[in-house]
Write a protein of this length. Structure first.
Length: 142
């Protein structure tokens, strides 16, 4: 991880990134408790890590990483995303959006606001996405 990414991730944590990561963990725990929600729980925990340290990583379509479609990238993934949206996605996206607006009011908060907006979009439709490093050669140019 470059020095700039390290500094941005530390500032992210200090200025509230930990709270939204905690929101993702709570969503994952609630999904795991239901047993039926285990596939969503796994995604929520993966994205919680991304929400804690977003700089240096990005969310991309999983088919781009694996080279082929799977259950989460097809019709079942659309259904799963609709269920996710109704149960947890909308409130996580709202949390990221409110935080982004608050951070955008300051000049130093603009990169953090942009990261929250990306996470808000991911919160609405996470299934079928993968979190990869920015320098991952499989997603170069995406």
């Amino acid at each position: 991880m470059s020095l700039l990414r390290l500094v941005l991730n530390i500032l992210w944590i200090v200025f509230g990134g930990v709270w939204m990561a905690l929101g993702w963990v709570i969503a994952g725990v609630l999904m795991a408790i239901t047993i039926v929600g285990l596939p969503w729980a796994r995604s929520a925990f993966t994205i919680a890590r991304y929400a804690l340290l977003p700089f240096g990583f990005r969310a991309v379509p999983r088919a781009l990483v694996t080279g082929h479609g799977d259950l989460g990238t097809g019709a079942l993934g659309v259904f799963g995303n609709l269920v996710w949206f109704l149960l947890a996605g909308w409130w996580l996206a709202l949390g990221h959006l409110v935080t982004a607006v608050a951070l955008a009011l300051t000049i130093i908060g603009l990169p953090f606001a942009w990261a929250h907006l990306k996470l808000a979009g991911l919160a609405l439709w996470p299934i079928g996405r993968a979190i990869v490093a920015d320098d991952d050669p499989r997603v170069a140019g995406w």
